[in-house]
Design a protein around this ligand. Sequence first.
Ligand SMILES: [Fe+2]
Ligand SMILES: [Fe+2]
Length: 268
Amino acid sequence: MKILVLGDVMGSSGRTALKKNFSKIVKEYEIDFSVINGENSADDGKGITKKIADELFSLGIDVITSGNHIWDKEETTKFIEKETRLLRPANLVKGSPGRGYGIYFSKNKKYKIGVINLMGNVFMKKTEDVFLTAKEIREKIILKKNVDFSIIDFHGEITSEKMAIGHFFDGNSTCVVGTHTHVPTADTRILEKGTAYQTDIGMCGDYNSVIGMNKENSLKKFFKNKNATKHFPSEGIGTLSGIVVDANEETGLAEKVFRLITGGSLEN
Ligand SMILES: [Fe+2]
Ligand SMILES: [Fe+2]
């Protein structure tokens, strides 16, 4: 089973890169299941609309995760109730619309895949305790009991929380990836008990920017220049950034993992 997980899709640059390359990647790496983080996929880099979610699903993406930007577009609070393939962090304050995890089928309907979305507590919006939520979910989504594979997107600012969650799910999950910082880390590996891990899988968007936003305007903002405007996405050629996990069908654990970084200024 080959799983593709891609980081935060940023504005039209990220979406264009996906449209151009997604099916090629699926074919080349024989991807069976794909998850992307869509929290920045709207034109202004803030949130996701129904139209864009549908557009991403029509490319063949199986599940869209998110993070702190999930409610930036008001319509999301409504359409998320019916759209079970769009997740918001599971530890958002109790009573939030939508769901934070789900069980999905592989395209051949042979396998059940759990996808879990969590959001860190440090330097992020106020949420429920992410470690307590993770513990509850780990008792509900169990490899080889009710799912064949599982994928965790931990949306967070700090590396230590992400690494701790990686170890917490080690042996209980196919892969744990971090998102939100929009910069890929170089610690891609398989943890001791078989879970593939990367602290942050980066962004799908234009890296000739400040984490996806126009660099000139970002600099003006940092220098407190009065001519600075609201942040807006940089629209150069986008890079797709994420990981490919080759997982064992018997154990649901990772056998191989590698970083996939293609196109734009990060082409490797
Ligand atoms: Fe993001
Ligand atoms: Fe974020």
